[in-house]
Design a protein around this ligand. Sequence first.
Ligand SMILES: CC(C)(COP(=O)(O)OP(=O)(O)OC[C@H]1O[C@@H](n2cnc3c(N)ncnc32)[C@H](O)[C@@H]1OP(=O)(O)O)[C@@H](O)C(=O)NCCC(=O)NCCS
Length: 148
Amino acid sequence: MTTIHALTEADRDDWLPLWQAYLTFYESTLADDVTASTFARIADPDGAIHGAIARDDDGRAVGIVHWFAHPATWSKTGYTYLEDLYVEPSARGGGVGRALIAHVADAARAAGSDKLYWLTAETNATARALYDRVAERSGFIHYQIDLH
Ligand SMILES: CC(C)(COP(=O)(O)OP(=O)(O)OC[C@H]1O[C@@H](n2cnc3c(N)ncnc32)[C@H](O)[C@@H]1OP(=O)(O)O)[C@@H](O)C(=O)NCCC(=O)NCCS
């Protein structure tokens, strides 16, 4: 059975390979100080970014998810954005991704958020197969301006 618990400082060595594999999946790299800052903020129990890690029966880390709440003009209590979701290849198809999303939905609901949402690449058919089962497509298109 999969267990999911909040990421803490003690999970650093298990989190890092999953985070690196997630970046590789997106053909991306990040400077080490960005990764260090990201983990520090996730592991800070009073921080704004939250994270959870999934472990299999043997305690092996098989998935991670990160999220944060933000204010919204259309809601008094705001929304929750799920920024990163990754399940290790050998553990895929067994419900870990679904369980991680459900974990975030529970946490966001408990924190009073009105909505949980996330983005994915149009071409990410595997992720979309899961998302189409657990969520509604918003119909919005994502735009951005790189400010660097
Ligand atoms: C997307 C991802 C997180 C899904 O994790 P997962 O643990 O395999 O997902 P689940 O096992 O919970 O899948 C849930 C549902 O999606 C379906 N599904 C999963 N992979 C599928 C695939 N390759 N093709 C069709 N359906 C699939 C499952 O059948 C399951 O449906 P069911 O519960 O009704 O049977 C995982 O594939 C992953 O980490 N991919 C690489 C990183 C990524 O794309 N992250 C998301 C970025 S937005």
